[in-house]
Design a protein around this ligand. Structure first.
Ligand code: SF4
Length: 162
């Protein structure tokens, strides 16, 4: 059975930086019941507490963090790139261990966002770009969707199963 990596906050786990959760989502609950879901919060796995300071990537490009050309900074200016990179590597390890080819990660997060992230100004401005974990998984061939794209994720899963 094909497994799917899912952001823990989308499963109702209160791991977000503000101590909250997102979801639940019927589609994700269905996949959980099938035993497909491998859950991870990269930021918590990387050693950050909950709640924690909001963090953004100046320029919004997780791939640049992977390449050492950008940092992840909290609103206080603390560099948390190491924790974000650690969490991304744990996500990749899970994907490789379980043969995962599809992920559903929280939209707009500096770790999990797959299409848009915040620009580093802490002004609520989004730019095209992926978070650190989403960028690392995409580099390794994982199809990364968000909770805004659950039908597309389901279609991708169906195509794998054929
Ligand atoms: Fe954790 Fe990703 Fe959810 Fe942020 S978006 S709380 S890093 S799972």
């Amino acid at each position: 059975m094909h497994k799917i990596l899912v952001s823990r906050c989308l499963l109702g786990h209160r791991v977000r930086y503000d101590g909250g959760a997102s979801g639940p989502f019927d589609q994700l609950a269905h996949w959980q019941a099938e035993g497909r879901v491998v859950a991870l919060c990269p930021e918590v796995a990387g050693g950050l507490p909950t709640p924690r300071a909001a963090a953004e990537i100046p320029g919004g490009q997780g791939s640049e963090v992977l390449d050492g050309r950008a940092q992840v900074l909290t609103s206080d200016g603390e560099d948390v790139s190491g924790e974000f990179l650690d969490g991304a590597r744990q996500a990749l390890a899970l994907v490789q261990r379980h043969g995962i080819r599809i992920a559903v990660l929280k939209a707009h997060s500096p770790s999990c966002g797959n299409v848009l992230t915040y620009d580093g100004s802490f002004g609520g401005i989004k730019v095209q770009g992926a978070g650190v974990t989403a960028a690392l998984l995409a580099r390794h061939g994982v199809q990364v969707f968000s909770e805004l794209q659950l039908p597309e994720a389901a279609a991708a899963l169906a195509s794998l199963a054929q």
